[in-house]
Design a protein around this ligand. Sequence first.
Ligand code: FAD
Length: 377
Amino acid sequence: VAAPSRAVDVVVVGAGQAGLSAAHHLGRLGVAARADSTPVADPARDAGAAGVGGFVVLDGDDGPGGAWRHRWPTLRLDKAHRIHDLPGLTLAEAVPDADPGTPAAEVMTRYFAAYERRFALPVRRPVRVGAVREAGDGRLLVETDTDGVWSTRALVNATGTWTSPFIPFYPGMSEFRGRQLHTVDYRTPDEFAGQHVVVVGGGASATQLLAEISEVAGGTTWVTRRPPVFNEGPFDELAGREAVARVERAVRAGRPPASVVSVTGLVMTPVLLAARERGALRRQPMFQRLVADGVVWADGRHQRADAILWATGFRAALDHLAPLGLRGPGGGIAMDGTRVAADPRVHLVGYGPSASTIGANRAGREAARAIVRWLAG
Ligand code: FAD
């Protein structure tokens, strides 16, 4: 472990919705933004000095926007579920010329950039955190690829899920001669014009991508492990709160967080209604294996395919926290609100029940308040 070059009170990892909300509230509560752009010459002076505090945000991306930067161009504002404003500056104020047809990636990148400027948030990028370890003196060491090692009293982890795509294993994956891609690789439906595409997955991304691909593809096949549950009713505030409460109970008990769709069902949007009308939402059970030219089910049925889109979701991007040994026997991290139950220095925001833009806002506020109380002893 390298010696820490700088010491702060709080390191926020990740500058998506959750990290920016936490940073905003830390600032509002009087924690100073540490804007030093160069490492100090004398590490001992900084790391050991009393009264050295403040917070920084370390973000692995090249520019603002969190995971929104990477979302496919056909995901426009009017197709997003609902993007909640960050605290203190609305999207409409920050990007007054955004119209509903603009790609969310473009608008959100501009919004987050304006937000970081408005509140002078000390975001350092591109800085990827590789590991967080015990310093031995009650502090944590945050090791980065390009920004040395930070020593901190508390950590807000806001790394989302986008960098941790999940693809399940199926036999024959290496035999298939067509294209295999995950949601993170998807750009535009035109790439699949005339092709037969198998879409795997029962979540919101799977159905959205299936809907738009089915408009141009030669054919589509939709497979999911369990029959999808469509939520035909209005998805109101109450239904949202109930869904969040269910995920919250799971993470409190130390279970890995369930996907949002597993608790809400698939909310029927106009795009999905139109796809169903066209017959594109006929679901089949999961195939058994891949073969060179397609997929095969247990009963021997075969479907030729040019491409397989694994819209099979994400895992929380927490590998860098592994040295802290936070995972319990259930495979999850037991949580008390945003705080890791076993370690009051570590908060996870945008995790489990707060993995939505509104949840991320609230979690950032809760974590900032709890940390400020805890720092004050
Ligand atoms: P992110 O936006 O993923 O930000 C995480 C940041 O952490 C990134 O900048 C990343 O570079 C950085 N990072 C990751 N690992 C490291 C590391 N080791 N070191 C340094 N930095 C790191 N929610 C809604 O409320 N409405 C929607 O319409 C909606 N649409 C969605 C569509 C898709 C396709 C997906 C996948 C999700 C959608 N969500 C939506 C969920 C929503 O995007 C998230 O809950 C929320 O925006 C995530 O914010 P976040 O800050 O937790 O993570």
